[in-house]
Design a binder for this molecule. Sequence first.
Ligand code: AQP
Length: 338
Amino acid sequence: MAEEVKKRVFSGVQPTGKVTLGNYLGAIRNWTPLQEQYECLFCVVDLHSLTVTQVPAELRKNTLDLVALYIACGIDPEKSALFIQSHVHEHSELCWILDTVAYVGELNRMTQFKDKSKKHADNINMGLMNYPVLMASDILLYQTQYVPVGKDQIQHVELARDIAQRFNARYSDTFVVPECLISKTGSSIKSLQDPSAKMSKSDPNDNAIITLTDDPDSIRRKLRRAVTDSDTDAHCVRYSADKPGVSNLLNIYSLCTGTSVAEAERLFEGKGYGQFKDAVADAVISVLQPIQSEQKRLAADKAYLESVLKQGAERAEHIACKTLSKVYRKVGLVPKSR
Ligand code: AQP
């Protein structure tokens, strides 16, 4: 009997700094169960991170730390291809071809481009604008069906769909048109200091984010300082649009304990914000501690990480190379004789 072909999943995180609780709850944590059902490729997207200024030595360290973190969070390199984007040169090559299919107007409208252009006004480089085309290349290169991401990346996945459909219409069927996989909860963890903004690795305010390497004291301190809401029911732990700070903490508590938000509201009924914030800290600490010790152990084992990355890149290249040859053929490039 023919072997069942598994649908493909691709996702990645940029090594732009210390991974946050938002990256974990919104993305990485949701990847592990997918490994059982799909053929998964998980990538550290280092080329993307160059769109904002990086210190080279820090970028190298962050990249390897992130590989160790993926494994510590439950990505099994035997089940999934775990690799670094720049190790598979087809990502950049496909990006060039897709650049000829993407329109400047649509890239100009991307929310992340507009936000990052404001944040990095002194460095609005072409890469920043081209970021979504490189992301489309990452996804389409593997004929990906599903892309598990947080809400902030939906617009980019939609652009990847548009590019795939446009290419397919122009050059005949070539790419699988991917879909987003968004978790019902956790898809948008907010800044602890400004709950109208998402929690982001590159936030210069350290009190706004919990990173996966924060020690228990820092986690507790940051959560105690988290902005809550100065409404009339100042001490009512309730999930509602007019209490974005408390709602964000309830969401974090619920995701870290497996308790529903409604149940958590009942649990903290009549209790003050201080007690609530301490309980959120306990919950976050107990989720992060085992990941932190495993990450530390793995990050120290460079030989193991290198072997994982070599194997991951080989698996990824095998698929990437087939797609790129097909694309080159479809657009009319003359193949090199072997
Ligand atoms: N606050 C968040 N809540 C839920 N999910 C989130 N993600 C990011 N922030 C949150 C998801 O994490 C994955 C990896 O993101 P990325 O590193 O590729 O880029 P990003 O979305 O731009 O993440 P950051 O943390 O905001 O990085 P910087 O500060 O470097 O731009 C994605 O699936 C994303 O949805």
